[in-house]
Design a protein around this ligand. Structure first.
Ligand code: NAD
Length: 490
């Protein structure tokens, strides 16, 4: 098939884009993708950069050279094919490095089924996952504190939550979506996930035209996997979003079809969600659809929505016509099994056509997303009311630790509780609770203001008594509201 069926369209004004061809199947699917969108009328001024395996092997542990950063800072737009991450330690994830370095806070992944052309249990599914991309446990701040216990810090910020939640509502409005759902686990993580949920409820008030709802993530995930048509846009903190965006893509029929956008205030990156599939490389086998979907999101981002719509509709028509690569080819449904190049040719030949049965793609043209950061209100009054002192003690038991600590005699403080991995063990602990070597001992103010000097004196007393202090956490109230959790059973 040739590209002659494409009606020439006016090429959009050229926009500089950094492009990386990646590893494995990357170069083949990038070439096919660029051919399709160029024929559809995309105006791009490409700046190729090298990333991935070859750079890792040159000893650059994050897989990207300094000169490539310059290109990204210049163009602000990155179309990226998958890369191969070398096995073994010492290499850092290029994706995480690029996202975090360039502040790409929103990960957007549309997942729509193509029933009956691609087999799926969910023929009416059409959801968009908006995942927070920078915070949560992905700060990667981990410490092993005792022989038995390691910890990973989960950080959720108010500005970070506001930004991603506003993005989800603005995305919904710009794309004529009707509902935004939030998933958190704030029945357990009342302070971190609670902050995300509360921020969601606040921001939702500014969008009365869009329905909003909240689900606890476990039952929400079960519902999404079972009845995805009940959802529209779903916004989530980083970890839940990472897991559930793959689930959402998979249940449309194939992870190989989905693309994603990583959006920041200054730079954005667009890609397929799959990896470099090295076993399929250089055989003209791979399906370029995932990267093409990433490129469509990019076209919308740079103001070329009409081109995106044209390419997307030609792609839908190709899928409908049964022209399929091996990964989605199914006897009885598919009509022609094609390679990467031939698939691109088939899409190009259908430019200007719309699907006959599937819902045609319709991208909002010129829709403005108002993502400006609003000034924060007056900060709440923060008051220190105590400290949790964490100690490493293998041979301990709660009564013995409490007896030693009650002898600290730091005026203005009192020991109010001891917990072990979040469960109260003193006073009145349950003999069935397992004790690890990781104890948290809570000291609160005894009638007067709890100062930093109280913390210092308690630490000195703990040291004199021979305790191995592994960390402290301050206990604060904010406008009188408790900013720390109680132990389980407290
Ligand atoms: P993968 O997604 O590359 O491939 C898994 C399997 O899915 C392949 O063997 C293939 O059968 C199929 N597949 C994937 N994409 C396809 C396509 N476009 N067309 C047809 N079939 C396709 O996952 P993997 O094998 O676990 O990872 C391979 C490499 O990719 C690893 O080095 C991994 O670190 C890397 N990776 C990179 C990215 C990225 O750059 N964004 C993402 C995930 C994995």
């Amino acid at each position: 098939m040739t590209s002659t069926a494409a009606t020439p369209t006016q090429t959009a004004k050229k926009v500089p884009v950094t492009v990386a061809y990646g590893d494995g199947i990357g170069p083949e699917i990038m070439e096919a993708t660029l051919r399709i969108i160029t024929e559809a009328g995309a105006g791009l001024e490409l700046e190729p950069i090298e990333i991935g395996e070859s750079i890792y092997h040159r000893g650059i542990s994050n897989g990207i050279e300094a000169s490539s950063w310059e290109s990204l800072r210049r163009t602000h737009v990155f179309l990226k094919a998958p890369i191969t991450t070398p096995q073994g330690g010492g290499f850092k994830s290029l994706n995480v490095t690029v996202r975090k370095t360039l502040g790409m806070y929103a990960n957007v992944r549309p997942c729509a089924s193509l029933h009956p052309y691609v087999a799926t249990k969910h023929p009416n599914m059409d959801i968009v996952i908006v995942r927070e991309n920078e915070e949560d446990v992905y700060g990667g701040i981990e410490h092993r504190q005792t022989n038995q216990v390691a910890q990973c810090l989960k950080l959720i910020s108010r500005p970070g939550s506001k930004r991603i939640i506003r993005y989800a509502f603005e995305y919904a409005r710009a794309n004529k979506r009707k509902k935004v759902t939030c998933f958190t686990k704030d029945n357990i993580m009342k302070i971190t996930d609670g902050l995300f949920h509360r921020t969601f409820e606040e921001i939702a008030q500014e969008y009365p035209d869009i329905e909003h709802e909240h689900w606890i993530v476990d039952i929400g995930a079960a519902k999404m996997a079972d009845t995805p048509e009940a959802f529209d846009v779903i916004v989530m903190p980083n970890l839940y979003g990472d897991v559930l965006s793959d689930v959402a893509a998979q249940i449309t029929g194939s992870v190989g079809l989905a693309g994603s956008a990583n959006i920041g205030d200054h730079c954005s990156m667009f890609e397929a969600i799959h990896g470099s599939a090295p076993r399929r490389a250089k055989q003209n086998l791979a399906n370029p659809s995932g990267l093409l979907h990433g490129a469509l999101l990019m076209l919308v981002h740079i103001g070329q929505s009409e081109v995106a719509e044209r390419a997307h509709n030609a792609w839908l028509r190709t899928i409908e016509d049964g022209v399929h690569t091996y990964d989605i080819y199914k006897h009885g449904v598919s009509k022609e099994k094609v390679g990467t190049k031939e698939f691109a040719d088939a899409v190009i030949a259908r430019l200007g056509q719309k699907p006959a049965h599937l819902k045609p793609a319709e991208y909002a043209k010129g829709a403005h997303m108002n993502l400006a950061i609003r000034p924060a209100g007056k900060p709440p009054m923060k008051v220190r009311v105590g400290v949790d002192i964490f100690i490493d003690r293998r041979d301990g038991n709660p009564d013995m630790i409490a007896e030693l600590m009650e002898k600290f005699n730091v005026e203005g403080t009192k020991l109010t509780g001891i917990s072990n991995r979040g469960t109260k063990v003193w006073p009145n602990g349950n003999p069935d609770t397992y004790w690890s070597d990781h104890w948290s001992c809570r000291f609160e103010g005894d009638g007067e203001l709890f100062t930093a000097q109280h913390v210092v004196k308690l630490l000195e007393a703990a040291d004199r008594a021979g305790f191995d202090v592994i960390k402290t956490e301050g206990l604060y109230t904010f406008n009188g509201e408790r900013g720390y959790s109680l132990a389980q059973g407290e």
